[in-house]
Design a protein around this ligand. Sequence first.
Ligand code: UD1
Length: 341
Amino acid sequence: MKQVVLVTGGAGYIGSHTVVELQNSGYDVVIVDNFSNSQSSVVENIGKITGITPKLYSFDLADEKACTAFFHKEHIDAIIHFAAYKYVGESVEQPLRYYKNNLYSTLNLLTAMKEHHIKQLVFSSSCTVYGTPDVLPVVETTPVKPATCPYGNTKQIIEEILRDVCHTEHEYKVIALRYFNPIGAHPSALIGELPNGVPQNLIPYITQTAAGIREYLQVFGGDYNTPDGTCLRDYIHVVDLAKAHVKALHRMQNQNMEQNYEVFNIGTGKPSSVLDIIHAFEKVTGKVLPYKIVSRRVGDVEKVWADTTKANQIMGWKALLNLEEMLASAWNWEMKHNQAK
Ligand code: UD1
């Protein structure tokens, strides 16, 4: 019988790409999404890609009653938990909103897992847990430093909660994937990054600027201690990232986890600056991108990139797509999406 995977935030950017990879790998998927930063058309488009429109429930996981009712209705074998607020800058301005949403939803899920004997969870964590690291690249054993923003702190706290729960619930299998910066879109250009309102992440802001929707890109900070003065990040194709979730599920189901709580870095291991991204985008698309260097954004980390040896060797996962492929797919998505409007 097919395993049923609940994907929370499955209509979102990383969630939707992961649903496609799960369905392609033979899993049945149920999505829960409150559409706070996504649109219901995404679910139809997943159906167009895979031939299977996933079952969808629309409610807020931070709502305990709604969460309880859902688990009484649906049989679930494993959970991949994406649903969360995710913006560094916004979290600095609205910390309580971030703590309430990200923590309540996870606590409600963990409570339901216990009640319904669901033992497998993949958690969507982030390189943000490393704060401002002293040594680069970061490995999974690099000490977790104080988070630079409430968003990052929610990821740190949830990782601690999961570690504590796994300590007592010996049958649980939990994998936290620490994503670096996911960008790009599915090759079909039917799903991609679709933020509501003005984009806060770099790539959708770039593609919308190139498409003429935004006047110019603001580069946050040109005076960092990096080769060109702009921040360094480890950008990874969202399809490569989505595939890491299937590998994590396989690892839990093949009963070969060394401990019942494990963490993995999911990146490419290659740092790129904001200016590198702009120049690579211009090369790939032939467009000139207007930009201005402005002051630093509160909460930003100067530089972070991954050592992915653990995921490569233990999970058998590797990022395959390069920066040009990431940016070309992001631009392809932006153009198709705008034409479709
Ligand atoms: C952060 C997290 C990342 C998470 C993401 C979710 C860290 C280190 N990383 O990514 O794990 O997935 O939030 O939102 O906390 N930039 C501009 N102009 C813009 C937008 C961004 O210059 O208009 C710059 C930022 O300063 C940063 C880079 O582009 O240097 C990437 O920013 P962004 O795409 O927002 O992601 P992070 O904040 O790095």
